[in-house]
Design a protein around this ligand. Structure first.
Ligand code: SF4
Ligand code: MG
Length: 351
């Protein structure tokens, strides 16, 4: 089947401006620098990496909230880059976003009622909802808003309140209700639980999963934390400095991370069961993320990679490729096979 969402050769570069009136472009932040991926209907794609790796920009570019410098975003067969304002507005109702913090992303002076009704004012009820709640009228909009609140586990009385009157977890439920009120096909959730206590994180993730099953949604979940995306994601893409460095089924990625960067990210996750001895080789991520305005030559990870083989890694860009022993996955490392078999080992212990 045709994927619901396809990203082809996508680049999003932001000019760095200087001069008194910022009229000189002195370089570009290469936030997204050549990404290809596809998402099937009903699937969840987890996008992980450190902050600054470009994952949020990629998420926003998928909804065309950021313009592509190069490449395409194809949603349900339509290249979003070719759409004029009106058809783009119409297709946008099918693609919604959940943000990290509702208070930060929305006007805190708006009541829950007006937050929930706003998207309906712009787009109207979906066809299915018009069948259920009646034609687009204030009363049917309100009925839909109440049913959304119920769906996310909040009482109808929440409508009269303001976001600051709720806990972080409840606010996130309101943000989810707002994103889902138009019956979208695709929801991009950018760090949906990062601002929440660990105990509340699981509840919100469970809610997202329940809504997915109920409404047949597809998700892209952006997170810096691999533990958060593990259970909800079918496929995980690991990003580093604007590029995907590894992509695999969630379970496969956790069982056998192939890219040194993924291995490092995994090494940072505590092992849930203390009885189980961890057999993985642990490597630590040292140093800072280099500037995305000036990514290192060759393999972008080479300045931090403990497996680095300078002759090749510092000069030759590794392609995201399928390796024979693990079909169905993609990895961008010259030495993925050798690291797996132990033929290339940690070469620089000071890293
Ligand atoms: Fe490390 Fe080289 Fe692989 Fe890059 S290509 S991840 S530097 S071993
Ligand atoms: Mg799922």
């Amino acid at each position: 089947p045709q994927p619901l969402l396809e990203v082809r050769g996508l680049k999003v570069h932001f000019p760095i401006k200087q001069g008194i009136v910022l009229d000189r472009t002195v370089g570009h932040v290469r936030a997204v620098d050549g990404v290809d991926l596809a998402l099937t209907q009903g699937q969840t794609y987890g996008l992980v990496g450190e902050s600054g790796c470009g994952k949020s920009t990629l998420g926003r570019a998928m909804l065309r909230l950021e313009k592509a410098t190069e490449g395409q975003v194809i949603f349900d067969g339509t290249d979003l880059g070719t759409l004029r304002a009106e058809p783009l507005r119409r297709i946008r109702r099918r693609m919604q976003m959940v943000f990290q913090d509702l208070l930060g992303s929305l006007d805190p002076r708006q009541s829950v009622r007006s937050l929930l009704l706003e998207p309906l004012k712009t787009h109207g009820l979906s066809e299915a909802d018009r069948a259920e709640f009646g034609a687009d009228r204030p009363a049917s909009h309100l009925a839909k808003a109440e049913s959304m609140l119920e769906l996310v586990g909040l009482p109808g009385s929440a409508l009269a309140k303001y976001p600051y009157e709720f806990s972080g977890g409840q606010r996130q439920r309101i943000g989810i209700a707002r994103a889902m009120i138009l019956n979208p096909d695709l929801v991009i959730a950018d760090e949906p639980v990062s601002a929440l206590d660990v105990s509340v994180q699981a509840q919100v993730i469970n809610l997202l999963e329940r809504l997915q099953d109920l409404l047949g949604l597809s998700y892209v979940v952006v997170a810096h934390d691999l533990a958060v995306v593990r259970h909800i994601s079918d496929v995980i893409g690991v990003m580093y400095l604007g590029k995907l460095v590894e992509e695999a089924d969630s379970d496969d990625l956790y069982a056998t991370p192939l890219h040194p960067y993924t291995i490092a990210l995994m090494s940072a996750i505590p092992i849930p069961d203390p009885e189980v001895e961890d057999q993985r080789e642990r490597i630590l991520l040292r140093g800072d993320l280099p500037s995305p305005a000036r990514p290192p030559a060759g393999c972008r990870f080479h300045t931090r990679c403990p497996y680095r083989q300078p002759e090749r890694c510092d000069t030759e860009v590794p392609e995201l490729r399928v390796i024979a022993s693990h079909p169905g996955r993609r990895v961008a490392c010259h030495y993925a096979e050798e690291i797996l078999t132990g033929d290339v080992t940690v070469s620089d212990p000071t890293l």
